[in-house]
Structures are given as structure tokens and as C-alpha cells.
Design a protein around this ligand. Structure first.
Ligand code: C2O
Ligand code: CU
Ligand code: CU
Length: 485
């Protein structure tokens, strides 16, 4: 290895350690974010991550996006667009510090792209058509390559129009080298809302019959592709500690999640480790993830349920003890946590890899508003009235970019003046909200201001948007752009 390669590799390792500070320890992370020089190192390291890392183990996956028939037993066969014929798509996994090589083949009748939600990839790998790459044309391939750093529970999805609600979503896991919790087995639970037909913008005349369609016409809610009447079953043994990765891959549905007879011990917010906290239920918005531990010590079959913020019956799955002959009895009842008990409050959580944040160099005040019908919208047919959603009165793409400088600490102050909650997501960065690190956080209606702080340590152009697909496409989107130093 020549000197330049060595330097690059060393910087790259530094980056892996700094970002994957779960394994490296919280002190390193604080040191890394503590001063300006360290920011520079971090930035160089991030830039070098796109380059070759020959000694890293490569995790290669092929993802084919194509029209596929998907059957829900007893409900019928639906024309969806899926990854590798699966819904959700195949789970993508690596160990922290390995490298992903993900080849995407577009067999759809239109362009596509994939976004690796939550992973602070190099900008060119972020998968936003028109911002970080041209859309992948029908019939063509695109190769995404980036380091599996940091560890955590993530998702991936198309970032082209309404394609996620066609079914182009999946889960992505980066396993810790050393977790701060102990467990005997783990499961991923992907929560999704399901459309029978092609997604369309919400608006007047969009509904069959002509009336206003104010919410997407989801027909059911699924956990790992299974409907409530034929639920997915997660087996456990008495005495085990089970890690559940709760991932919301839905287009627009926020859930309250609980498990009959079992408290949830929250261990991670959007993949970042937190001091374990016991609750009875938690809210999970599109794009959000919580990892929880469940202590299996009450044999039987129990209901895992997620009640939505729409009129559909709750999504369901079953937690079943292998050593129990009970199969159906208790799973019929909804968990008490859906309506009572201790609901997780974000402010009660404490992150374990929080950087010591300096005072913000720059603060942006953003008012979230909208819901009115306006003519025209990003994806709407000409002349149609569609629902418009705004940040400071501007609906993307008719909106100014948010301009920041590398090395700054940036604060976004969000004020939701609308009648809907907005799960706001920032690409390419984790932000501090309360005392945790996240990349997506709900701004409730009539809420107090939510403040997000992040370190501008990953240059490029990044989206900041509501992760309700219909709000995002209805204008609640901005580009965050790094200005040249
Ligand atoms: Cu998961 Cu821009 O989104
Ligand atoms: Cu993202
Ligand atoms: Cu929203």
C-alpha cells in the first residue's frame, strides 16, 4: 500500500470510528465533534468514504424493481411494484464497518432511484433524482456503494414520486460490533399501509366518483407483509430477551404500538443507542424506527398491535412462546397499551452517543402549514386541485434552498400550524432532538416548537421533508445546500 492509500484508509477508519461511536465509545464521539479541526477531519473522512476500501468486507445485493402481483390471502391479488417480488423488499444487512454494494435494476415503466434512509452516505449515493443523481431510466442499472456505518435499524425506499406507496420499500440493518444491550434473538417488524391501486395525489376530483380525497385510500395495514387476519408470528422461548426492530415503512400512517402483557424496553431511536427505558406503548411515524427489548416471561400467545391514525383496524402480529400450547387465546384481545399505560415521551429518553453540541451558528425558523386545495402540484395532473403543504409558505419545488456552511452547528426550529402531524426527516445527518439522536421526528399539531440541532459535517445537497409521502409531494420539502467554504 502506498502512502496515499494508507492515509486515505486511516482517515476512513477514523470516520468509521467517529460515526460508529456505539462501538468506539461515547468519549470518542464527543471528542470528534468538539472542535473545528475535528470537524474538518470528519468532513474529509466522509468525502473519502466514497473511495475504495479494499479490505472491507463487501455485502453485495441485487435489487430488481419491477411490476409484481402480490397476494394477500382472503383479500385478493394486487398489482404492485416491488423489489425482488417481495413486500416489503428483501432485508439488507451488514456488520458495522463493512461495505454495501447494491445494484439496482429498473424494470419499471418509469424512472426510479433508492434512498438509504438514515445512513449518512456520501451525497452522490443518497438516491434523490434531480438532486444527487439522474433517475435510473427503465431497463438500466445503478450501483450504490457506501460503508455500513453507523450501526442501526434503517429503511430503504424509492425516492421517485409516489413509488414508495406502490410497494418499493424495505428494511436495512447494520449490526453493532458491540451492542449496549444483551438479547437472545431479534426480529425486524416492518409496518406498512397498503393501497389496492396506484397512488395518486390527494385532492379534489381525485376520488373515484369525483369527491375530494383527503386521505390515501389504504385498504389494510400490514406487519412484514401480513394482514391482521393472517398475522406474522414471532416465536420466543420463555426466559429470553428479544430485540424487536420496529420500522415504519408506511406512506402516511402513524401508529401507536403495544404488545399484550409485555412492556417495551426502548433501546434505540432511529438506530442510535439510548439508555433503556420501559414503556407500555410508543408512536411510530413513517421513516421512524425504535428498537425495543421484550422480556419473555409470560408464556402464551400475545398480540403485537399497532393502531393507526386512520379508520382502519390495527395492524397485528403474534408473539408466541414456543414452549406453550396456547395459540389463539390471548392474541384476540388488543394490548392494553393501545389505549392506556405509559406512552413513550421522546423527552424521557437519553442518547448514549450524543455529541457535545456547541451553540448553534445558524438558526432557521420554519412554520409548517397547509392542507388547502391549490391548483397544480409536483405530481398532479394539470388543472386539478390538490392538497398543498408548505414550509414558511413555500411549496417545493417553488421554494428557496436552505443554505449552510460546512462545520456549522445548525438549528431548525419547527412550528406546526397545521391540523396534521408531520414526521420531519433530514437526509445525510443525524440531529439532536431533546436528549437523543434521530433522523426523523414527529412535529405534532398544536405542539410546542420542536428544535433540531445538527452538525454540518456531510457536504452536498440534502432533502429535508415531511415523511408523509403526500405531504412531501404536496410541497413540504426543501433542499439543504452546503455553500462552498
Ligand atoms: Cu426516507 Cu427523503 O426519505
Ligand atoms: Cu433519508
Ligand atoms: Cu406532513
Amino acid at each position: 500500500m502506498d502512502r496515499r492509500t494508507f492515509v486515505r484508509t486511516a482517515i476512513s477508519r477514523l470516520s468509521a470510528l467517529a460515526i460508529g461511536s456505539v462501538a468506539a465509545g461515547a468519549d470518542l464521539s464527543a471528542a470528534t465533534f468538539g472542535n473545528q479541526e475535528k470537524f474538518q477531519n470528519e468532513n474529509n473522512a466522509v468525502a473519502s468514504r466514497a473511495q475504495n476500501n479494499s479490505e472491507r468486507t463487501l455485502r453485495e445485493y441485487n435489487l430488481v424493481a419491477e411490476p409484481t402481483q402480490f397476494e394477500i390471502p382472503s383479500r385478493g391479488i394486487f398489482e404492485k411494484w416491488l423489489y425482488n417480488g417481495k413486500f416489503p423488499g428483501p432485508e439488507i444487512r451488514a456488520r458495522e464497518g463493512e461495505r454495501f454494494r447494491l445494484t439496482v435494476k429498473n424494470n419499471l415503466p418509469e424512472g426510479t432511484s433508492i434512498h438509504w434512509h438514515g445512513i449518512p452516505v456520501h451525497n452522490a449515493m443518497d438516491g434523490v433524482p434531480g438532486i444527487t443523481q439522474p433517475a435510473i431510466p427503465p431497463g438500466e442499472n445503478f450501483v450504490y456503494e457506501f460503508d455500513a456505518v453507523p450501526s442501526g435499524s434503517f429503511l430503504y425506499h424509492s425516492h421517485f414520486g409516489f413509488q414508495p406507496d406502490r410497494g418499493l420499500v424495505g428494511t436495512l440493518i447494520v449490526e453493532e460490533k458491540k451492542a449496549h444491550i444483551q438479547y437472545d434473538r431479534e426480529y425486524t417488524l416492518a409496518f406498512s399501509d397498503f393501497l389496492a391501486d396506484a397512488p395518486r395525489p390527494l385532492g379534489v376530483g381525485m376520488k373515484a366518483g369525483g369527491g375530494p380525497m383527503l386521505a390515501p385510500p389504504y385498504v389494510t395495514l400490514l406487519i412484514n407483509g401480513c394482514p391482521p387476519e393472517a398475522p406474522a408470528v414471532f416465536s420466543v422461548k420463555n426466559g429470553e430477551r428479544v430485540r424487536l426492530r420496529l420500522i415504519n415503512v408506511s406512506g402516511a400512517t402513524i401508529y401507536r404500538i403495544a404488545i399484550g402483557g409485555h412492556p417495551l424496553i426502548v433501546t434505540h431511536t432511529d438506530g442510535r443507542p439510548v439508555e433503556p427505558l420501559r414503556v407500555d406503548a410508543l408512536n411510530l411515524a413513517p421513516g421512524e424506527r425504535y428498537d425495543v427489548l421484550v422480556e419473555a416471561k409470560d408464556p402464551g400467545a400475545w398480540s403485537i398491535a399497532a393502531s393507526p391514525d386512520n379508520d382502519l383496524p390495527p395492524a397485528r402480529a403474534v408473539l408466541r412462546y414456543l414452549d406453550s400450547n396456547e395459540t389463539q387465546s390471548r392474541q384476540g384481545a388488543l394490548p392494553e397499551g393501545l389505549s392506556g399505560g405509559q406512552l413513550l415521551k421522546l423527552e424521557d429518553l437519553r442518547g448514549m452517543d450524543l455529541p457535545e453540541m456547541r451553540k448553534p451558528n445558524r438558526t432557521f425558523n420554519f412554520t409548517l402549514a397547509g392542507g388547502e386545495m391549490k391548483p397544480g402540484g409536483m405530481m398532479s395532473p394539470p388543472g386539478m386541485m390538490t392538497q398543498q403543504w408548505t414550509i414558511n409558505g413555500q411549496a417545493y419545488p417553488n421554494a428557496e434552498p436552505i443554505e449552510i456552511h460546512q462545520g456549522e452547528v445548525i438549528r431548525f426550529r419547527l412550528d406546526n400550524q397545521s391540523a396534521m402531524p408531520h414526521p420531519m426527516h433530514l437526509h445525510g445527518h443525524f440531529f439532536r432532538v431533546g436528549n437523543v439522536y434521530k433522523d426523523t421526528t414527529i412535529v405534532w399539531t398544536h405542539s410546542k416548537r420542536v428544535e433540531l440541532d445538527f452538525i454540518a459535517n456531510n457536504p452536498g445537497s440534502w432533502l429535508f421533508h415531511c415523511h408523509n409521502l403526500y405531504h412531501m409531494e404536496g410541497g413540504m420539502t426543501r433542499v439543504v445546500r452546503y455553500l462552498p467554504a
